[in-house]
Ligand binder design. Structure first.
Ligand SMILES: [Zn+2]
Length: 476
């Protein structure tokens, strides 16, 4: 066993050692269980659909008055889009400060006819609350707000300094968060960022997620003649833009699964030993995923372990290919143009700008007739597993739930975590509270009571762990 593992297994959990104080907070949370569930339901009755501009301002104002009422200095911050809710409380001068990030906007509820109960009339069934936003993200950030409220109710002060930042545009791609972080470092004077969003591992284990893959979109276009042509009268005369794209794409990835864009892998930093150990310790879900997806084999290369695919390697995915005729029967057309949309999932230290530039350069050399149109993207993000904050977070989860969390070096998907790690320059962690079948973005979104209440306890234990360590270990 590596020293890292034994350190994690045997490290002291300060909150557990502080004992009584947190016990009283947990008792308070248990006592308030029904009231907390009812208050979450009331919050879920407020629609806040950023894509449609429904209820956003009202929701943001509700949060400001809730946070102010709890004794935080709370306010709305205007952006080019929907406002941010910012609140802070400084009970421990010179102590560590945590940023709790979440988002108060939700996805549109469509298709409405697939909901068992209406999306904005929360219903309780089988130990779960069903409503749009129950898991993504109201149930999760509300748990953190109730953790603050519970600590204040029991102790009258928070064990560490806190900033709460709730965004109203996450579900439309967070178009303004990077600019806000770039220009408001003074409002973000924190030591670490914790986001509670997404589901726990599908085994049910709590997780701490240390990073995300990035994503870079792009489109390729090819043109042939100035109009569609008869494939007999002009076949062999005018070039076919679909073949142009097929040949160009074939220079970008080979059948062995290697991405052959010139210099594509050059900036990649391989996983650290700690990350390798953590990836190897993930429960192997290959057989379950293959059965679920009806796959007879995984994507090339075959010998790559399951979680290496999602965490350690970039991808090049063709999202859609369009050109010519695909209707019923046949049509012997020689099309005049063709398009392909692609995305690249990025790993450290690849960047969106670098990969767009490399694709452009590659195409100029290997397929100059193809037009390259870069799209949007998000850089990857990674926080080291041996961050000084790993142990307080891990201990908080153990103290609140009695269970060791899985340490997940990166998620396969993308979140704008780079705004914390790269722009703000602080370690960032995702600690999800929702059940793995929360059905976020889909009909019948839900959160289990037990996970919501665990979230409140984890939040309270986390602030206590950070505070306890600041005096015990001079952390931060
Ligand atoms: Zn979402």
């Amino acid at each position: 066993m590596r020293p890292y593992n034994s350190a994690l297994v045997f490290a002291r959990c300060v909150a557990g050692g502080l004992g009584m104080a947190l016990d009283h907070v947990f008792e308070h949370i248990e006592r308030c269980r029904d009231a907390f569930i009812e208050r979450l339901c009331a919050y879920l009755r407020m629609p806040s659909i950023s894509a449609q501009g429904i209820g956003i301002q009202e929701n943001a104002e509700f949060l400001v008055s809730f946070l102010s009422g709890m004794g935080l200095a709370a306010r709305l911050i205007d952006t080019a889009g929907w406002p941010l809710v910012h609140a802070r409380r400084d009970d421990v001068p010179g102590g560590p400060r945590i940023l709790l990030y979440g988002h108060y906007d939700v996805q549109p509820p469509d298709p409405l006819d697939q909901w068992v109960s209406p999306p904005f009339l929360p219903e309780i069934r089988d130990g779960r609350i069903y409503a749009r936003g129950a898991g993504d993200n109201k149930g999760q950030h509300f748990a953190n707000l109730l953790a603050i409220e519970s600590l204040l109710a029991v102790d009258g002060a928070l064990p560490c300094n806190v900033i709460v930042l709730l965004e109203g545009e996450e579900e439309v791609g967070s178009p303004n968060i990077a600019e806000f972080v770039r220009t408001h470092a003074d409002l973000l004077d924190v030591d670490l960022v914790v986001t509670s969003d997404g589901p726990v591992h599908d085994s049910g284990r709590q997780t701490i997620e240390f990073g995300v893959r990035g994503v870079a979109d792009f489109e390729l276009r090819a043109k042939g003649a100035n109009r569609d042509l008869h494939s007999g009268n002009f076949g062999g005369v005018a070039p076919n833009p679909i073949w142009t794209l097929v040949h160009g794409l074939a220079t970008m990835k080979n059948p062995a699964g290697e991405i052959t864009i010139d210099g594509f892998y050059d900036s990649i930093v391989p996983p650290t030993d700690l990350e390798r150990d953590a990836i190897a310790a993930m429960p192997d879900g290959t057989a379950k995923v293959m059965a679920d997806l009806g796959l007879s084999h995984l994507d090339a290369p075959q010998d790559r372990p399951f979680y290496d695919r999602l965490m350690a390697w970039p991808t090049l995915t063709i999202n859609g290919f369009h050109g010519g005729y695909d209707g019923p029967g046949s049509k012997t057309v020689l099309p005049s143009e063709a398009f392909v949309k692609c995305d690249v999932r990025l790993v450290p230290n690849q960047t969106v700008a670098e990969i767009h530039e490399k694709i452009a350069t590659h195409l100029r050399t290997h397929a100059p007739e193809i037009e390259f149109i870069p799209g949007g993207g998000m850089d990857p993000s990674r926080t080291p597993l041996d961050s000084p904050f790993t142990d307080p977070i891990r201990c908080a989860i153990v103290t609140a739930t009695g269970e060791q969390p899985l340490l997940v070096p990166a998620m396969g998907g993308s979140l704008p975590e780079y705004v914390w790690t790269k722009i703000l320059g602080k370690p960032a962690f995702v600690v999800p509270y929702a059940n793995h079948d929360e059905r976020n973005h889909a009909p019948n979104e839900n959160i289990e009571f037990a996970r919501f209440l665990n979230g409140i306890k984890i939040g309270a234990a986390l602030l206590t762990e950070l505070g306890g360590r600041s005096t015990a270990d001079n952390l931060g």
